[in-house]
Design a protein around this ligand. Sequence first.
Ligand SMILES: Nc1ncnc2c1ncn2[C@@H]1O[C@H](COP(=O)(O)OP(=O)(O)OP(=O)(O)O)[C@@H](O)[C@H]1O
Ligand SMILES: O=P(O)(O)OC[C@H]1O[C@H](OP(=O)(O)OP(=O)(O)O)[C@H](O)[C@@H]1O
Length: 206
Amino acid sequence: MKINIALTKGRLEKQFLQYLKSLGFNIEPLENKGRKLFVEAEEMTFIFAKGVDVATYVEYGICDLGIIGEDILVEYQPDVFDLLPLPFGKCRFALAGKKSLENVQRKRRIATKYPNITHRYFRQKQESVDIVKLEGSVELAPILGLADAIVDIVETGTTLKENGLEILDEVQPITARLIANRSALKIKKSSLDPFIKKLQQEVIFK
Ligand SMILES: Nc1ncnc2c1ncn2[C@@H]1O[C@H](COP(=O)(O)OP(=O)(O)OP(=O)(O)O)[C@@H](O)[C@H]1O
Ligand SMILES: O=P(O)(O)OC[C@H]1O[C@H](OP(=O)(O)OP(=O)(O)O)[C@H](O)[C@@H]1O
């Protein structure tokens, strides 16, 4: 049976394709796909979507497998099977801002693309904060006075540095993950297992 796999467009897509190539897969049809969002390859069908939609396609069983950032899994908690970590997409969640605003004597306002993670983080710290949801360029918020700090993804730290912000606390590490539809794991076991095992071995022995 053919496998359907949903890939997160953008950074993770590129890194996953390089990873597949390093495992000896022929990724030529994917490299030359142009603006196509759906590509039929020999043993697999690939779809390309935003991370949160990858989770939806897998949860609903439209796709058997998905490549997704752990940030999406912890923020949206979709009902999928989290199979294994992959050796790319490594970054982390951090609380960041200006040191001068770290200890303000009032309720802090925190800007983020990830309100659930932020809410859980501050609940654990037993600090009550107001959360402002943004969709991107979150680093602008403390610079322009919209927020006292941010909770966002940090990889190299360049975006923080170039905008005069620093890490105030590490929240949690993130990596790309291979997820699966729960029923597909049983129904398509014989088709999925060899592919999953191939990725798994590489993760273990890397
Ligand atoms: N700077 C980064 N370094 C490494 N991985 C990152 C970084 N930013 C995001 N990621 C990971 O890559 C995934 C996809 O991020 P990407 O920025 O390509 O898409 P996005 O978050 O949907 O943003 P956009 O709305 O710009 O498309 C994220 O879910 C996260 O796991
Ligand atoms: O530590 P760095 O290597 O600088 O990477 C971190 C940046 O990358 C992501 O943003 P992205 O480029 O996805 O843009 P966005 O702000 O529109 O989400 C993230 O939200 C940070 O802004």
